[in-house]
Ligand binder design. Structure first.
Ligand code: OVM
Length: 404
């Protein structure tokens, strides 16, 4: 008789004592990401009593497994099963099926490629005009003058909010993305102003405040049809204002930084401007503006020989997965000749970024405007990082745009 093969006893997850939300790691997360991936498929961060994953295979598998890795307990460190969220939870980001599905089914078509077709011409004209303006200057800041200026010129108009108060958009997003992390100094510095900023944002989500032809109005029309309730509509508009500004700003900054560090790649883009879309996705992979999100285990989950106990938070390092050498060749290179598809910078599975086509359209317009006019993008000073608990971001990228 042969003895049954004993089930392998789960081993405890390796411990990692570094703080991924410390200023040092946020300023340059690559060494931490390497350590995380090498430590194992899943590690334990005792400081926060959370688990963490940094390898592509496990991050990808968890992102598509919404049944065992839920979003409904929040996608930040805070566990909504035990703690009160700082704002009413997002109906898209911080929910699971079935509650998630009606909002997603409403917003998906509003932001789908075919719905955006009518915007391309005017968005390209805005990009062309902005780049022409910048070419008259000796030096510019690629963050404030371009990566912030462009989305702020096109996106709030497309949503349909009034002009007044738009300076609240970036600080709101910055605090929101900080608040997915621990209550550290970055969160503390936002607290004095967030109540006023958040109430301005909430006020922009009302039907009577929005134009009749924007993304916001389209969400309210879905409530008229009964596809969502009247109570859900303003929260879905809030998702546009939460996830649609800072993300695209830092993504555009990332692609510009990519070309700044790899000037040969700029020449490739100039020869083939149709590579702009790939270049943008490669920047999302390479820089991963949204570095991390959490999930919560809905049961004891066995990952790579360790058990993540029911109810525990799991920190998913999208940025580490996007540079995992097990998945990517020469992962640290910004290479617009590679196929970046499959990156998890927009997430994966049923929560995958619903606004990704808007982001791609913005980036494409900016890159096309630049490729037609700019021979070289040269550094004109030290780049300065902007620290955020979730975002990989720049505060300043001084550059010289050399006219073609
Ligand atoms: C939302 C939301 C907020 C931040 C990020 C996000 C990346 C979504 O309010 O729905 O997705």
């Amino acid at each position: 008789m042969t003895a049954p093969i004993p089930a392998r006893t789960p081993a405890p997850a390796p411990l990692l004592h570094d703080d991924p939300f410390s200023d040092d790691v946020l300023a340059d997360p690559l060494a931490f990401q390497h350590e995380l991936r090498e430590a194992g498929p899943v590690v334990h961060l005792p400081q926060y009593d959370v688990f963490a994953m940094g390898r592509y295979a496990e991050v990808h598998a968890a992102l598509v497994d919404w049944q065992r890795f839920q979003s409904g307990a929040g996608v930040g460190l805070s566990n909504f099963r035990k703690e009160q969220p700082w704002r009413p939870p997002s109906l898209l980001l911080e929910t699971d099926p079935p509650h998630h599905d009606a909002p997603r089914d409403v917003l998906g078509p509003i932001l789908a490629p075919r719905a955006l077709r009518g915007l391309r011409e005017s968005w390209q004209a805005v990009a062309d005009e902005l780049v022409d303006e910048l070419l008259s200057r000796d030096e510019i800041d690629a963050v404030t003058d371009l990566a912030e200026a462009y989305p702020l010129r096109v996106f709030p108009d497309a949503v349909g909010i009034p002009r007044e108060g738009r300076e609240n958009l970036l600080p709101y997003g910055d605090h929101l993305f900080n608040a997915f992390g621990p209550d550290n100094g970055l969160v503390q510095k936002g607290k004095p102003t967030i109540v006023a900023t958040a109430s301005w944002v909430d006020a922009q989500c009302r039907r009577d405040v929005l134009t009749k032809d924007g993304f916001g109005a389209a969400i309210w029309e879905a409530a008229d049809r009964g596809d969502i309730t009247q109570a859900q509509a303003p929260l879905i508009v809030r998702s546009l204002l939460s996830a649609g500004v800072d993300t695209t700003v830092h993504a555009i900054a990332a692609v510009l930084h990519g070309f700044l560090t790899a000037p040969d790649q700029w020449q490739v883009l100039r020869r083939s401007p149709s590579a702009a879309r790939i270049a943008f996705d490669e920047a999302i992979r390479w820089e991963t503006p949204v570095q991390t999100f959490f999930r919560t285990a809905t049961t004891d989950v066995l990952v790579g020989g360790t058990v993540i106990p029911d109810g525990h938070k799991i920190l998913m390092f999208l940025g580490a997965a996007n540079r995992d050498p097990r998945r990517w060749q020469d992962p640290d290179a910004f290479d617009i000749g590679r196929d970046p598809s499959g990156h998890v910078g927009f997430g994966m599975g049923l929560h995958q970024c619903v606004g990704q086509h808007v982001a791609r359209l913005e980036a494409e317009c900016v890159l096309h405007a630049l490729a037609a006019r700019v021979r070289a993008i040269e550094p004109a000073g030290e780049p300065v990082r902007h620290l955020n608990n979730t975002l990989r971001a720049w505060e300043s990228l001084p550059v010289r745009l050399v006219p073609a």
